[in-house]
Design a protein around this ligand. Sequence first.
Ligand code: SF4
Ligand code: SF4
Ligand code: FES
Length: 520
Amino acid sequence: MAEMVKLFVNGQEVEVESGKNLIDAFEVIGIEIPHFCYHPALGSDGNCRMCLVGIEDGRPPLVPACKTPVSEGLKVQLDTEKIKKIQHDVMELELINHPIDCPVCDQAGECKLQDYYMSYDHQASRMRVPQVVKEKKMDLGCGVIHDQERCVLCARCVRFTRLITKTGELGIINRSDDARVALFPGRSLDNRYALNIVDLCPVGAMTSKDFRFKQRAWFLKRDKGICHGCSMGCNIFIDHNREKYKDDLIYRFRPRLNPEVNGYFICDEGRLGYHRENEGRLISARIGTEESSADQALQTARRRMEGADKLLILLSPNCSLEQMLAIQALAATTGATVSGFSDGSIKNGDADGYLIQDDKSANRAGLALLGVNTSPEFFESALQRTDTLVSFNNDLFITGPNQAWAKKLGEIQIIAISTHDTLFSRQAGIAIPTASYTEYAGSVINKDGILQTFGQAVCKNSAPLDMIRIAGLLGGTLTDPEALMQAMKRKIPAFAAIETDQIPEKGLKLSHNEAAHVTA
Ligand code: SF4
Ligand code: SF4
Ligand code: FES
């Protein structure tokens, strides 16, 4: 529990957390101090002067809130005529050469310049001279497009490349009204986190080539999710929209703050991973090469599973804990062997010591916690003995067809329950579409043993069945959400301790010996 201090804002006593600056401390209690250059991940630069506040303790009349720590008894003034005048002046300065092209700006609706104009400025322009013309569309690399005219020179982007990625591609060149953000000569943005600059930019000066002109921000529905791009489990916003007569589509992933997992940022690959949620999906069920209804495919699959001599179920390390439990229950009723072999989703040497991990799946720790064997030896031996393989979204050909298994896979029945139409699902005798991770709710455990939950974000027009429901239709007995939660509580002690069946927003760190307590 953080230490609290009492201070005064415009004469009113408030209590805030110590150790923070005025901007951050006041934000928690719902008091906004306008600012452009300060960002908690980048520190205070003090260049924009939008955050000036008054302090009644003999200091200079106004101080930057971003550089002023809270302290006991401090008397802070936010609304004096002098402060309002400075806010007007800073806004006027920022808008002298600003193109005000809000109607075609991607940032419109989530722009600090727009918001602060409405809240703190609201004055007509006095400018009667031509504006300075700068570059409107600079391709900086990594899918970032820069509009120099919209820039307020807060240097957040520059500091990001210096402090976070340590690649230092950007700088601010020239002076006064000719100052502008530019790449160092001969360089382009070249790092795996570059698109975070687009979120950091408080105005529309940095836009994403991927998102530009696709959607207006106010049409997007924002849901909280967990990136399934690797075992880091970064927290994201899933911004999606169901336009009239169209399907619910995702337009972008954005980072969601979780100090325990990803902080303020995500990697570009994970960010652009939303495309895979929209594209390449398995839309219709197939029996052989013929399209079929999901019902018919499920009935045929169930008959084949009942007639199987040695059934092998393959679980994906991307399945949620709930799905894993439901599929384990199906295995128990059908006498199937369960393997979580998925070495194909491990990309050795790709991790960067920051967020990006070698393991490109979201819940391998869940497989371990539930005692699912993931070893290649176990899988290969089970494969040699099986006559029917049921894959729950585990793409065996994720890195291409494996020649060593080709003969065996050609001899057995394959039932692929799959989010995507892949080489593997096309080899299957029965392919059944299933919901992907933005389309269901569940829990996953990241590489640090942090248990996180996520809700359903996207609602497709023809929603494919969730794997839990499919497990039930194939003969599984554990499909009811309450029964699943009870099973989780029995198997994972951390769940048992939670009264509300809710995991805290920041996740729940499982103890090191949690796995040892898992009951069979
Ligand atoms: S481009 Fe955006 S983030 Fe960079 S200095 Fe300009 S306003 Fe700030
Ligand atoms: S680091 Fe991993 S979990 Fe985080 S955004 Fe990238 S791919 Fe997703
Ligand atoms: S936020 Fe304090 S000077 Fe810019």
